[in-house]
Design a protein around this ligand. Structure first.
Ligand code: GLV
Ligand code: MN
Ligand code: MN
Length: 414
């Protein structure tokens, strides 16, 4: 690539905004839960853009979508790039979508420059990176890496009791779920472009983050069963209120995460479902979904253990029943030095400032790392805000990310 790429940022922004309008909520809120009508329409839109760009589009049995630009040596494993287009409730428009539509724009630019890749370049749109529907994140990439087996995936249900298998077939993905797993070597290398979802790059006025590690996520689901009753009639002594027990667990988790001595430990209770959920009724059952992450998996596991210990102690003291189920406890990913070197030299050639950094959010690359060398490119997002409708990345930031991605893909595919 002698010349710098001629990015069509205006077109990319229009595409990002068009995709954002395909939502289950009114603008500017983006909500796009996997296999919803919005998810299906968004897939149709993105696939049409890929086809228009001359890519060959294929889908697997869980809806992971592969859009391939054939290289000159078809027997070589392709270089992959991509991310996700599903969005949590009340999300913004950049998380995941920048990596998908930005990846597509990088390919279009390389095509327009007359670049001929030796290895094919494959854009991947992963199914359900977000855990909203089935309670477990990175469904598509987790299955691709066979970390989530087809038989366990089959048993997953959403809150309405619908199985993953039923939902994916209804959405038009009918092949055998076993066929989703890919062998190591299927991808030569994989690079994901994403917004940082933290404040560092903006604060340090840097264009690009070169991700060296992806922190290790875990999730424990906790169910507290107490005793319901009339909020007036039942006096305080002897109550077995499931929600007050849950409150203790939430605080115990916060304290365990704060006391590891590392700023890298984070813990969140993002779901608290209260049954029966009536103001004049003592809560008899509460379901908590917890999210615990760290760059150090052993330290994270000590927080998980502290939460389990708090469950046992609270249950005994309050006379409630507490059960917990480990949904996932994944190891961290270490990014590949060769790809990091290619990204660094791409950033230098593009004249973009950068630094190496850790990803505290998880991404499909966490699972792609099990079957391929991976690395990630971060761009800033305003105020570090993400998973909110006011998430924002400027056209300049996106342009810089796509530019560096295009140069990286060109280097890796040559
Ligand atoms: C991904 O969306 C995450 O929660 O890190
Ligand atoms: Mn997300
Ligand atoms: Mn994401």
């Amino acid at each position: 690539m002698a010349d710098g790429p001629k990015l069509s940022i205006d077109q990319l922004l229009v595409e990002l905004k068009t995709l954002a309008q395909i939502s289950e909520a009114d603008p500017p809120v983006v909500t796009r839960i996997v296999f919803s009508e919005a998810d299906k329409r968004a897939r149709t839109y993105v696939k049409a853009l890929c086809t228009k760009a001359g890519l060959k589009v294929r889908e697997d049995a869980i809806g992971n979508t592969f859009a391939r630009w054939d290289g000159t040596e078809l027997d070589l494993a392709p270089v992959g790039t991509g991310s996700h287009i599903d969005a949590i409730p009340n999300a913004g428009l950049y998380d995941g979508c920048v990596g998908v539509l930005g990846g597509l724009e990088a390919i279009r630019v390389l095509k327009q420059l007359g670049f001929k890749p030796r290895r094919s370049i494959e854009l991947v749109i992963f199914t359900a990176e977000e855990p909203t529907r089935f309670g477990i994140g990175c469904l598509g990439s987790r299955m691709m890496a066979n970390v989530l087996t087809a038989s366990r995936a089959c048993g997953l249900r959403d809150k309405k009791g619908r199985t993953l298998d039923d939902l994916r077939v209804t959405a038009g993905f009918t092949g055998s779920l076993e066929s989703v797993a890919l062998p190591a070597g299927r991808f030569h290398q994989f690079v994901e472009l994403h917004i940082e979802q933290g404040p560092q790059l903006e604060e340090e006025k840097l264009d690009i983050g070169l991700v060296t590690h992806i922190a290790a996520p875990a999730s424990l689901r906790v169910v507290i069963e107490g005793e319901g009753g009339h909020a007036g009639g039942k006096l305080m002594p002897g109550r077995k209120d499931a929600l007050t027990a849950a409150a203790e667990l939430i605080l115990a988790l916060e304290s365990a995460a704060k006391s590891t001595g590392s700023i890298d430990t984070v813990a969140t209770v993002g779901v608290c479902e209260v049954f029966p959920g009536a103001v004049n009724s003592i809560p008899s059952r509460v379901r908590l979904e917890t999210d615990i992450r760290d760059t150090d998996a052993d330290r994270r596991d000590r927080v998980l253990d502290a939460l389990r210990a708090a469950c046992a102690e609270t249950a005994a003291r309050r006379g409630v029943t507490i059960t917990s189920e480990l949904i996932n406890a994944d190891p961290p990913a270490i990014c590949n030095p060769e790809i990091l070197a290619a990204m660094e030299s791409a950033a230098q050639q593009a004249g973009k400032s950068y630094k190496k950094m850790v990803s505290r959010a998880y991404h499909d690359s966490l699972f792609m790392a099990r079957i391929a060398p991976v690395a990630m490119l971060f761009i800033p997002c305003r105020g570090g805000v993400s998973h909110r409708p006011d998430e924002y990345a400027s056209p300049e930031w996106i342009g810089a990310g796509v530019h560096v991605l295009a140069r990286t893909l060109a280097a890796l595919a040559s």
